[in-house]
Ligand binder design. Structure first.
Ligand SMILES: [Zn+2]
Length: 77
């Protein structure tokens, strides 16, 4: 029981420590957060019609009919 209390104390201290660090990093890099939210860095994910894998739209093969594939092999299949 004594060890459990110590473990709980360490856990609470760790949560408090990591939580206070997260608040600081949230307030600090406003430019970095804006960059992460900009449309350029947020890439649309699409799903391969053959195997169902998700991949960025820039790396996908999109047919004229609208079907999306991850590779030339899956487009041909
Ligand atoms: Zn595929």
């Amino acid at each position: 029981m004594k060890y459990f209390i110590w473990a709980l104390l360490i856990y609470v201290a760790w949560r408090w420590y990591t939580g206070s660090r997260q608040v600081k990093t949230d307030q600090f890099p406003a430019d970095a957060r804006q960059a992460a939210q900009s449309p350029d860095s947020a890439e649309t994910m699409v799903q391969c019609a053959r195997c169902g894998i998700h991949l960025p739209a820039s790396e996908a093969l999109i047919e004229t009919g609208g079907a999306v594939f991850c590779s030339e092999e899956h487009r041909a299949a």
